[in-house]
Design a protein around this ligand. Structure first.
Ligand code: F6P
Length: 545
């Protein structure tokens, strides 16, 4: 599709259709179609995805699928799976799907067999993490490694942080993982607190190995280690994950202890590459393989399921439906699992760095809003914070609820008769029900409520949500969830005609920070800056630091 999506026939039809159904209520949809809650469900791998509480009719869904066809989503998807350079602004293939191919399956990318290369790196990661976990790999003084500290930022941090936390119950070798990302020294100082250098291994994770925050933190970590154990200890206490062997060597890390990946893996799509080394160190290569297999299950579904029954396609289309036709700006992600507390933050980079674009792949301005704003907190904490706005505010905020049949931990309820996990899940079900169906003024008045309070208590309902359930938060399920969102991002980007795989918008800030840094501390008063606000802010900082 070369023309703008707003010119598609399906787009125009969707506009008309939206006009016709926007005023209708989910209560009506469920009353008219009692089977809706059982029909509008897709099962993929272990995931049960209920999309019945969305403001769509079967006609809406058909039109959205028509839109995907007009936007040539299937052709774009196949181009990705074939290894074509669909990241056009960086002239790169986009092959995170190759990271989870089963052993023996090949995929040619830029003339090399990506499948074989991936499995060679996985093999090396397995050998290394086996040695760490068994105690065969020792620190410079002969001690076992008991803590790995991952130093990285963005995609080199958020994925490992999130997956590590999600799989904390699978950490079975006495290795703890900590994470440092921010160039705020408080982050490093807090992460090192209580650590014994002799038992600590640093994983410097950076695709480019040029990221200021990571190199600054890695240097600080190195000083901390060398101060305690001497220069010769670095080889046993530092490994690197990167695509750039030259820079790794220049930093002083032996490239024999480097785990590589490729420029066809975007940073925010890299937790399943060697960037996941800290996760593999804590849970082991077998659990990591299950995590990859979970992703592959969803990849196969995305590649082969008909569009009408394709979960990432439908969920991506629903994202477009609310963003572009209802004017929704954001999507809440609400995991009813404390172990998924960092999932919303992980998705923020995945979705917003991918689809926060104002020009189409050909450089022309987009004519629609793009890039849903993702945010969220685990239930039930969010219920006591921002759900008020979700229920009664003026914004329409579609929400994704995530929950599990089996708990990762459980305790009895206050009266000792029930399970706290059941209580947690009853909250999830209650929230999706209240968001969808609300409570009318008549129902509230019928309860004898003071008439003056009735308008305050009205719950409008008609607020859409997806509910994603799985039996348990396993490595495979975490992989399935990640791939489900990765492919939604793909679908939305394909509809909007943007390049979802570059991130030029983060560059200028990096350059400006480097240019401004000397002005903060220079002995001489700096020359006035070209804008009075930044100039005054820096002068204030100089006076007060
Ligand atoms: O913030 C921009 C970005 O390039 C992200 O896309 C990336 O995940 C992050 O920086 C870290 O990059 P690197 O892994 O090269 O250090």
């Amino acid at each position: 599709m070369t023309s703008d999506i707003t010119e598609a026939a399906a787009w125009r039809k969707l506009h008309e259709h939206h006009g016709a159904i926007a005023g209708r209520h989910l209560r009506e949809y469920f009353a008219e179609d009692p089977e809706r809650g059982r029909d509008l469900v897709i099962e993929v791998g272990d995931l049960r995805i209920d999309y019945s509480k969305h403001r769509v009719t079967r006609e809406t869904l058909a039109l959205l699928v028509e839109l995907a066809r007009e936007a040539e989503v299937p052709a774009r998807r196949e181009a990705m799976f074939r290894g074509e350079h669909i990241n056009t602004s960086e002239n790169r293939a986009v092959e995170h799907i190759a990271l989870r191919l089963p052993a023996g399956e090949s995929l040619m990318v830029d003339g090399a067999d990506a499948g074989a290369e991936v499995h060679e790196v996985l093999r090396r990661m397995g050998v290394f993490t086996d040695a760490l976990r068994s105690g065969q790999w020792r620190g410079a003084t002969g001690e076992r490694i008991t803590t790995v500290v991952n130093i990285g930022i963005g995609g080199s941090d958020l994925g490992p942080v999130m997956v590590h936390r999600a799989l904390r119950h699978y950490a079975d070798a006495g290795i703890e993982a900590r994470f440092v990302s921010n160039v705020d020294p408080a982050d490093m100082v807090a992460a090192l607190r209580g650590l014994d250098p002799a038992r600590t291994l640093f994983i410097v994770a950076s695709k480019t190995f040029s990221t200021l925050e990571t190199l600054t933190n890695a240097t600080a970590a190195r000083r901390w280690l060398v101060a305690a154990l001497g220069e010769a200890a670095v080889a046993k206490h530092f490994v690197a994950v990167s695509t750039n062997a030259e820079r790794v060597a220049a930093f002083g890390i032996d490239t024999a202890n480097m785990f590589g990946f490729w420029d066809w893996v975007g940073g925010r799509y890299s937790v399943d590459s060697a960037i996941g080394l800290s996760v593999m160190a804590t849970v082991g290569k077998e659990r990591f393989a299950e995590f990859l297999a979970g992703m592959h299950t969803v990849d196969r579904h995305f590649a082969t399921a008909p569009l009408e029954a394709n979960a990432p396609v439908l969920l991506g289309l629903l994202g477009v439906w609310y963003s572009n036709f209802f004017g929704a700006q954001s999507r809440a992600v609400l995991p009813y699992s404390n172990d998924l507390a960092r999932f919303p933050a992980y998705l923020q980079q995945l979705t917003m760095e991918s689809n926060g674009k104002s020009v189409r792949a050909d450089g022309s301005p987009v004519r629609t809003s793009t890039g849903e704003i993702f945010w969220g907190e685990p239930g039930t904490n969010g219920q006591h914070a921002f759900y008020q706005l979700l229920h009664q505010g003026t914004w329409l905020v579609p929400a994704d609820f995530l929950g599990f049949a089996a708990p990762t931990d459980d305790l009895p309820t206050a009266d000792g008769t029930g399970s706290m996990h059941d209580l947690l899940m009853s909250n999830l079900f209650a929230q999706t029900k209240v968001l969808a169906f609300g409570k009318t003024a008549e129902e509230i008045a019928a309860e004898g409520t003071d008439p003056k309070l009735v308008p305050h208590k009205v719950m409008p309902g008609n607020r859409p949500s997806t509910t994603i359930l799985a039996p348990k938060l396993t490595p495979s399920v975490v992989g399935q969830l990640i791939a489900l969102y990765e492919h939604q991002v793909f679908v939305e980007g394909a509809i909007w005609g943007i390049d979802s795989f570059d991130q030029w918008g983060v560059e200028l800030g990096k350059q400006q920070a480097l240019a401004l840094a000397p002005l903060l501390t220079s002995a001489e008063d700096p020359a006035p800056l070209d804008d009075s606000s930044t100039d005054a802010l820096i002068r204030w900082y100089r006076a007060h630091r």
